[in-house]
Design a protein around this ligand. Sequence first.
Ligand code: ADP
Length: 157
Amino acid sequence: MKILYPGSFDPLTLGHLDLIERGIKLFDEVVVAVLSNPEKTPTFSLEKRLFQISEATAHIENLKVISFDGLTVDCARENNVGLILRGLRALSDFEYELQIAHTNRSLCNEIETAFLATQAHHSFLSSSVVKEVARFGGNVEHMVPQVVAKDLKGLFN
Ligand code: ADP
């Protein structure tokens, strides 16, 4: 079975990567779907985020990286995927993720959402926290893949 892992990944963190790696063990194929959404004005361009993910996941088989714009359920349908993967870090994620899962179910009853809990040592990681640390010159090497650490350095130095 295939699973779609949608997100902004602005940028990819070791938490995202951990979820991808565990998804690969459970499913035949993981499709990472990067939201382009130009209205959100991401820190990293879509091309940059796609490149970061491809670099950081080069060692992983059965993984596809795509971009999408619009509804996640439409992206899932277009790629023939019936399952969406989302991550849970803490209780605070739960409310938001449940709301999205219910919204997606109301739009398309055939598509299910599966949640994987992050590993405890990655539970504090988010793209925004990583950017905040990097902005003030903090070390992010234990938070993001090497390629992202390099890009963050380039962005804020
Ligand atoms: P979005 O803008 O769609 O929330 P994100 O890139 O922030 O996109 O997150 C994508 C998914 O990855 C979400 O389900 C989020 O909960 C999950 N996620 C983010 N950080 C982590 C982490 N450290 N561990 C596990 N899951 C995470």
